[in-house]
Every structure is written in C-alpha cells, then in structure tokens.
Ligand binder design. Structure first.
Ligand SMILES: [Zn+2]
Ligand SMILES: [Zn+2]
Length: 276
C-alpha cells in the first residue's frame, strides 16, 4: 500500500504476526523487513526495530537479491543485542545453500539508544523501545535551508551577487522528518514524547476497541484507545505529526480497522492514517 503523509512517499505492508515493512525510497531505506519485495531489495539500508520474524524474515531475501543483481551489499541495522544472532542466522543459511565466502556480503550494525548513524545526507537517531525483546526506534533528521528574511522576494541576480560577496543567504535548521517505532507498548511514547515533533510518525496499534479490551502492555503492544487516552491526557501530544498506524492484529479485516478509526475524536481521525 502506498501512502504520502506530509509529502513523504511510503510503501508498506503490516499485519501483526504476518509481516511488517515500510519502505522510504527517498531515504534509500526500509524500516522493518518482515517480507522482502523486489522494491524493498533496491533500497540499501534496512532498519530493523527488532528481530521478531514478522519484522525480520525478509533479511535473507534482501541480501541474496542484491547479490544476484550485483548491487552494493546491504546494511542491516538492528538492536545491538540481536546483531550476533542475526549474523549466525545468515551464516546458517549460507551453509545450507553451500555459499562461498565472497557471496556473503552484508553489513550488520548493532545499534544502541543514543547512537546516531548517517543515512546519505540525513542522520538517524536511535532510541529505546519497550517491547518483549530488545527493540529500537529510529528518527530521521534532515537539514532544511530557508532564505534569510532580508533576502526574501529579491530577484535571482541580487541573490547571486550577494552570494559572490560572501554573504550568508540561508538559515539552516535540522528537522525531524520521520520517526519509526515497531512493536511497542505505550511506555515508549511516554518516555520519548519528542518523537511527536516528527513530520511523519509511524506507530503500532495492534488492538482495536470492540473486540479487545484495553490491557496496557498486553504482549508488548498498544491498543488504539491507549493512543486516544494519551492525546486526551496530554492535549496536543501528537503535535502536527502525520501519524501512520500499522500492525493491526490479523483477526481484524481492513473495514473493521477503518470503522475503528472513524469512531475516533475528529482531530485524531484527521491526524491518523492507516497502513492496512
Ligand atoms: Zn510484530
Ligand atoms: Zn514483535
């Protein structure tokens, strides 16, 4: 399914227990990779929130498709605690497939809270996420430039001359373009309210009202009503972020998910987008 929240092109799929992945071609990156499509394999950087199979099983396919196409080896970022296990998993597949050493190229980079990793001209800040196993969230920062007020509305040749004279034409500002949180309880948002300053915020909402009562932290996941409650308790919590909800339980059909969104307070209905 393709989405374009806040002008950022996303391609994704997400059903709890089956597969979750969100592709951001502009970043040359995938966030989680429960399944690897042809389009996903073209993106070099893979950020795994955690290594539950529905978020990570696309890794071997991603690596072998890129090797087959002669593309640069992928970079798999994952929680530091899971890096050795992921390496062993790929090594076991290499033995099964009788692969030679030089076909095994893949960078596996374990990341910890507070790490900042480069992503082309952007940077990615890593933070901790509360789930059943080690899990990380990722915020992508990019630098935007804005013409200084003194130069606004001036013709191009004036600006060119000012530039030649060594004047600084622009103000530069780091903005939070995108935050991705995989499987998580509400504790992550409480610990990291700053993620709501992102233009696009991808969250999970495994459980919906109707069939499932709210059991905070159930199986390390979030209930939609917990997000609603947080927005009520802390007005403006989600700021001006476009919030993309994913990872709905497979027992709900897409219409049921849409109906649940339709029943939300109007301001959240406006702000939330579904990946179903
Ligand atoms: Zn999951
Ligand atoms: Zn999980």
């Amino acid at each position: 399914m393709a989405l374009r929240p806040a002008g950022l092109e996303l391609e994704g799929f997400s059903i709890s227990g089956l597969a979750t992945y969100v592709l951001v071609p502009e970043f040359d990156a995938c966030f989680d990779l429960g399944h690897c499509s042809v389009e996903a394999a073209k993106l070099r950087n893979v950020f795994l929130s955690h290594v539950h199979q529905d978020h990570s099983l696309g890794v071997p396919r991603h690596r072998s498709l890129r090797a087959m196409w002669g593309m640069k080896p992928p970079r798999f970022y994952c929680p530091a605690e899971s890096a050795a296990g992921l390496r062993e998993f790929l090594d076991a597949l290499d033995r099964l497939e009788e692969r030679t050493e030089d076909e095994r190229g893949a960078d596996i980079v374990g990341v910890s809270p507070g790490d900042v990793v480069p992503l082309g001209r952007r940077k990615v800040q890593v933070f901790d996420v509360t789930h059943r196993i080690a899990s990380r969230g990722f915020t992508v920062f990019e630098t935007r430039r804005k013409l200084k007020p003194a130069f606004l509305g001036q013709p191009g040749e004036h600006l060119a001359r000012a530039h030649e004279n060594g004047e600084i034409l622009y103000d530069y500002k780091d903005i939070q373009r995108f935050t991705y949180i995989g499987d998580s309880t509400l504790a992550t948002l409480r610990a990291h309210p700053e993620v709501s300053r992102s233009e696009v915020l991808v969250l999970e909402s495994t459980y919906l009202p109707g069939r499932d009562p709210v059991v905070p932290g159930k199986w390390g996941h979030t209930h939609l009503l917990e997000l609603v409650e947080l927005a009520r308790e802390v007005p403006g919590f989600f700021g001006s972020a476009r919030v993309v909800l994913k990872h709905f339980s497979m027992k709900y059909d897409p219409d049921e998910v849409r109906r649940a969104l339709g029943a939300l307070p109007p301001e959240l209905r406006e702000q939330f987008t579904l990946l179903v």
